[in-house]
Design a protein around this ligand. Structure first.
Ligand code: SF4
Length: 202
């Protein structure tokens, strides 16, 4: 089970003295269910702008534009640039169903480590459906190790960019990913692999 919560991860990033991230695009699909009230104290505490953004190309451009405008104006807070899907309170009915099955738990993030209260785990009454429990004997022999060359943790925290990784586009590609950001199409390394080269015209 790898269901993660975004706000605790944002706090870990913002508390890292090496990190220079100045603002965030909050994921529209997550906030459609969760709402964005949880982001408001984070924006206030760390004085950053957070813009809830959709996933269509124009949504992303609108989200970026709004974020840059708030940064240039020196404003912090949370803005919703995905109003056709997201409300401040999210979807309480979906959340109620979700928390009937899941509860908040600590979660290990690849490349970062354990973040308290950053995951969702099945409640005890549903643990018999947990594949990790059902296959624990098989899984006991499998200890997935992160590639020693992968700098996913630095990329997830915005300290390095994917092309800074020596394996980017060489040993590590979407067909043969070495780390989480290259696995899914929305991962930073996969996006750089797919679109960064187009941007350079190569
Ligand atoms: S390019 Fe691959 S190896 Fe390098 S940081 Fe990204 S996922 Fe890890």
């Amino acid at each position: 089970m790898s269901q993660v919560r975004v706000p605790p991860a944002l706090e870990v990033i913002l508390q890292d003295p090496e990190v220079e991230v100045q603002g965030f695009l909050a994921p529209g699909h997550v906030t459609t269910v969760m709402g964005y009230q949880e982001y408001e104290p984070i924006a206030e505490t760390y004085r950053v702008p957070i813009v809830v953004t959709g996933f269509e190309p124009v949504d992303l451009l609108v989200g970026l534009l709004e974020l840059v405008r708030h940064l240039e104006a020196g404003k912090h807070g949370v803005w919703n640039a995905y109003k056709r899907s997201v409300r401040r309170e999210g979807n309480p009915v979906a959340r109620r169903h979700m928390f009937r099955v899941f509860e908040i738990c600590d979660m290990k993030w690849r490349g970062i480590g354990w973040i308290p209260r950053s995951g969702l785990c099945l409640r005890p009454e549903f643990r018999n459906l947990d594949a990790r429990q059902a296959f624990r004997d098989l899984l006991a022999d499998i200890q997935p190790e992160e590639s020693p060359v992968c700098i996913a943790g630095l990329i997830l925290r915005g300290i390095k960019k994917p092309p800074d990784c020596p394996a980017f586009g060489r040993e590590c590609t979407p067909q043969h990913p070495l780390g989480a950001p290259m696995v899914s199409s929305e991962g930073a390394c996969a996006a750089y692999y797919r679109y960064g080269r187009l941007a350079k015209g190569t």
